[in-house]
Ligand binder design. Structure first.
Ligand SMILES: [Zn+2]
Length: 421
């Protein structure tokens, strides 16, 4: 009894209750309760509903009380696509891009992902961890309570394992939950590029040497591939993701970001958990996602940061019935933000999603993309008490304000992990 906590004073409580994931018109259903109240016990939600009803419970009377002062309460964001572990920013490339260099031109000059690989290989695990810890505090401060994190800046056995082990250590040492993804197939590393069959040899290294270690040590839940020009072909991606599945790593994929590679159709065929980016999808891809259980995860932070004009066709995806998700794609090259609220602002202004659709995409649908929809992503009895409180009266103000952090409090498993001021 002593451990229970009653949260009152929410101008709007967004429960996102109901059967997830959300598609089509259901994306706009936030399960909103005015003056909604939550009772939390032993890390989880014990009751949720209108204030009079929850307050009438005998347990509510003896519970500790927290009044959020007329603010909006929603599930903590589930950020289903991040590249958490990296050694440094790439601000020098940012300036080159502004001067007109393309993403692919920078990559050809040894910049881009390979630049981050060089720095990561040279970095000590403790330094990487310190940087990631600061980022995790930043995620918490912006209302995020669960993240996915990918390897992919190591690209050799030692460095990839170094990253994946850091995911595990960080998950144990700080409050945010980290879902780990093996992205050895980010790009072909420099030392393989000069060899005639370098790409094929690197795929062998991933499948025959790295994957058994990753699966054996249970260092990842998912296997991901960057399937695009300058990275991996559709055929190589299929080989890698199928090998991952055989070892118990569910598939996710970077699809149709720079060019249309056919990765979306592959993702649907393989039953991938998520298919991410989708700027270049065609009508057949949209239709396939609409009929599938693969989440269409959109990453508008990337297009914004790169100054690209072509965003993913969110409205067509929603009309087709796709399970649309949103994530930050936090990474040093193309989307250095950890603010889901900023992603919501972009989703509204650039993808023409409504604020309600955006919030659903960043909570319950994100949870579904990480196969955690039974634990997080909505405020329902039995789920973890993961929530964000925004210093606004109306949820539409969350994306409306941009470039400022209005997150007032964040709670993970019933513990306050961030409080403004
Ligand atoms: Zn990515």
């Amino acid at each position: 009894m002593i451990d229970s906590l009653l949260i009152t004073g929410a101008s709007q409580l967004l429960t996102l209750r109901g059967r997830g994931p959300r598609r089509g018109a259901a994306l706009a259903n936030l399960g909103l309760i005015r003056d909604g109240t939550l009772l939390i016990r032993d890390r989880r939600i014990a009751a949720v509903g209108i204030r009079a009803k929850v307050e009438a419970l005998p347990e509510a009377r003896s519970a500790q009380k927290l009044d959020v002062g007329g603010r909006v309460v929603l599930p903590g964001f589930v950020d289903s696509h991040t590249h958490l572990i990296h050694a440094a920013s790439r601000a020098e490339e940012y300036e080159l891009k502004i001067a007109g260099a393309s993403y692919q031109e920078i990559a050809r000059k040894g910049g881009g992902i390979l630049n981050s690989v060089k720095k990561l290989r040279a970095a000590a695990a403790e330094a990487l961890k310190g940087r990631a810890r600061a980022a995790l505090r930043g995620f918490a401060a912006h209302g995020t309570t669960t993240i996915e994190a990918k390897s992919g800046y190591g690209l050799d056995v030692t460095s990839e394992l170094k990253i994946l082990r850091l995911h595990r250590e960080l998950s144990a040492e700080q409050p945010l939950e980290i879902s780990s993804t093996f992205l050895g197939a980010h790009v072909v590393p420099a030392e393989f590029r000069s060899r005639p069959d370098g790409a094929a040899e690197y795929v062998r290294l991933l499948v025959d040497r790295l994957m058994p270690e990753v699966a054996g040590e249970r260092l990842a839940e998912f296997c991901d591939v960057f399937c695009d020009r300058g990275a991996f072909t559709r055929e190589q991606s299929r080989e890698i993701l199928e090998a991952g599945k055989r070892r118990g790593l569910a598939a996710r994929i970077h699809a149709e970001q720079l060019t249309r590679s056919g990765a979306t159709q592959l993702a649907v065929k393989l039953g991938a958990a998520s298919c991410d980016h989708l700027e270049q999808v065609n009508r057949a891809d949209i239709a396939a996602l609409g009929k599938s259980n693969t989440v269409a995860t959109l990453l508008p932070g990337c297009d914004f940061h790169l100054g690209l004009k072509q965003y993913a066709p969110a409205r067509s995806l929603i009309e087709a019935g796709a399970i649309v998700g949103l994530a930050t794609d936090y990474n040093p090259g193309t989307s250095p933000t950890l603010s889901m609220a900023m992603i919501l602002s972009l989703a509204c202004s650039q993808l023409r999603m409504t604020p309600a659709e955006g919030i659903t995409a960043a909570t319950i649908n994100g949870a579904y993309a990480l196969r955690r929809e039974k634990e997080v992503g909505s405020l329902e009895v039995g789920k973890l008490a993961d929530l964000a409180v925004f210093d606004v009266e109306d949820y539409r103000e969350i994306p409306y304000y941009f470039g400022v952090n209005r997150c007032w409090m964040t709670m993970k498993s019933g513990e306050v992990i961030w409080k403004a001021g």
